[in-house]
Design a protein around this ligand. Sequence first.
Ligand code: ADP
Length: 618
Amino acid sequence: MESWKTVESSTNWGRAIVALGALYVVLGLGWAYVEISQGTPLSNAVIISSFVAGPGMVVLYGGYRLPETEINPKFYSRIIGWCLGGIGVLAGLLALYHLQPAASISNPGRAILIISAFVLVPSFAGGLNDARAKSNAFVLERTVDLLHKSERIADVGGWEIDPETMEVYWTQHIFEILERPWDEEPPVDEALEVYHEDDRPIIKNAIEAALEEGEPFDVELRFHTPEREVRWLRIQGVPETVGDDVVSLRGAVQDITESKEHEQELQRVRERMEFALNATDAVVWDWNVETNEAFFYPSAESLYGTTVENWEDFIDIIHPEDKERAQQNIEQSLETGEPKHEEIRVVRDGEIRWIEAPGHPVEADDGSKRMVGVARDITDRKTYERRLEESNERLEQFAYAASHDLQEPLRMISSYLQLIESRADDELTEETEEFLEFAIDGADRMRDMIDGLLAYSRVETQGEPFEPVDLDEVVADVRDNLDVRITESDAEVEVDELPRVLGDENQLHQVFQNILSNAIEYSGDEPPQVLISAERNSSMWEVSVQDEGIGIEPDEQDQIFEVFQRLHSQNDYEGSGIGLALCERIVERHGGEIWINSEPGVGSTFTFTLPPEDAHSE
Ligand code: ADP
C-alpha cells in the first residue's frame, strides 16, 4: 500500500512537470494570439511568444521523457521543486525591483512571464541533475545495504588489498566475523596479527604469491577472537592483473569453525573406527540396495581375496551350501528392519573360510535402503570351536562308557555284599555287620553317583528333539513322584500358573525333580515352604523355585553347580552332588541360564530361563 502510494505520487509529480511545461506553451501561444489581435506584426509576436513557449516546450518534452531516464520517480518532486524555486526566486527579485520608486516595470505580469520562462530551463536542468545524483546515491545505498545483508546471510565477508599502498579494505561482515570494532581497519601487517601465530605464514605466503606471481589462493587458518577463542576461517584471494602487473587483490572470508569442528569430529570417528577395524581385523561394508553398489572399508580383497562391487559378486564367493541361507537372511532383514547375524563360508583362493557378517538395514531420508555392517574372518575361532566340540564329544563318550561299564562290577559288589549279609547273618559279629553295612551303603552311593554321571554325559547326546512342553503338567508329575516325601516332611508346595515352553520334556522333568527335592531336603527344621512361579522376560520365560530353607553362604553359591560339589556331609544331608550340575547342563542345552539368590537362614530361589514354545527350534 505504502509503495503504491509512493508510485502514484511520483507519477503525479511527473505529470506536474509536463503540466508546468504545457502551461508555459499555452501562455506563450495565448500571448502571441493577443499580440497579433492587437496588431503586432506576426514575426514580432512569434519571437516574443517563443521566449515563453520555447522553454515550456523543453520542460514539457523533458517531463514527458523523464520515465526513460535512470532518475528514480521518487525524486521527480525535486525537479518540480527546482523549477518552481527558480521561478519563485526570479519573481521575488522582479517584485523587489518593481517596488523601487525609480525603476518600476511597465507590465510586471509580462516581465515575470518572460523572465521566469528564461529561468525555467536552467532550473529544470538543475532539478534533473539533483534528482539524478539523488537517484545514484539511492542505488548505491541500496546496493551497499543489499551487499551487507547478503554477506550476513551467506556468512561471507569481502576484502581487498591495494598493491600500491598495501592498504586493506574489509567489508562490514569481516569485522563481524573477526569480532573487531567497525572503525578499526588495520594495515596488512597488523591485519595478519589476528591469525593464529602458527598459521600466519600460510596467509602471508599466499598473499605474497598472489601479489608477485598473480596466483589465486584458497587457504584455511585459525584466528583469535578478542576473547582469545580460536576459530577457523577460509580465505580465498583472486588477483586482478593488467599485463604482468597485479593491480588489485580481492577475496572472500568465511567462518568455517562449525564445519571444521564437524570435519575434526568426523576424523576422530574415522580414527576410532580404523583402530577398531585394525584391532579386530574387521572390514566395514555398505550395500546400497537401490543401486546394488557395495562399498568396503578398507577393502574387500583383504577378506575375500577379490573385489566385491555388488550383491552378485558377493553371492559368487559364498560356499554353495550357504548361498541360500545368506540370501534368505538379507531378505528377511530388509523386510523386518531387524539386524542380521550370520556366519557363512566363503571360498577364498580355493580354501574355505568362515566369515561373520552382521548387518543392519538403514533407511535414508529419501526412502532409499542400505545394509551396513562389518565382516571378519572367524575361521580360527570356528576351527577352535570344532576342536572343542570334538574334544567334548570324546569326553562325553568317555564319561558315558566309563560310567556305563562301571555299573556292572558295582552291581556285582552290591549283590555279593547283600548275599554275604543275608547268608552269614548269624555268624557275623556286630562290628563286622556294621562294616558290611558301610560297604553296602558306599556301593549304593557310588551307584547313585555313576547314575548321575551317566545322566550328565547323556544330556547332549541322548536328548530328545525340542517340542512344546506344558510346564504345569511336568510339575504335576514331579509332585506325584515326590508325593511321599512331600507328605512325610509336611511340605507346602505352591505352584503358580506355568507357561508352555520349547524343550525336552524328560530333561525338564529332571530339572524340576532335582530342584524341588533339594528345596524339601534343605528346608531346615521347619516344614518346607516352596513356591514355583514363572514370568516372561523379553524373549525367554524365567522360572523360579523359591524355598524358605537353610540357604547358602554367598561365597559357596557358585560351587553348587559343579559336578560332585556338596556343601554338607552325607551324615547331615544325603545326596550325590550332581543334581544341580545336571540342571545347569540341561538348561544350557535349552539356550537358557540358571542362577541362585540365597541368604543363609532365610531361603534360596533357583531361577532358570527357558525358550517360549514359539521360539525357533535348535
Ligand atoms: P545334592 O545331591 O548334594 O543335593 P546338588 O547338586 O543337587 O547335590 O546340590 C549341591 C549342593 O547345593 C547341595 O549339597 C546343597 O549343599 C546345596 N543346595 C542345593 N539346593 C539347595 C537348597 N534349596 N537350599 C540350600 N542348599 C541347597
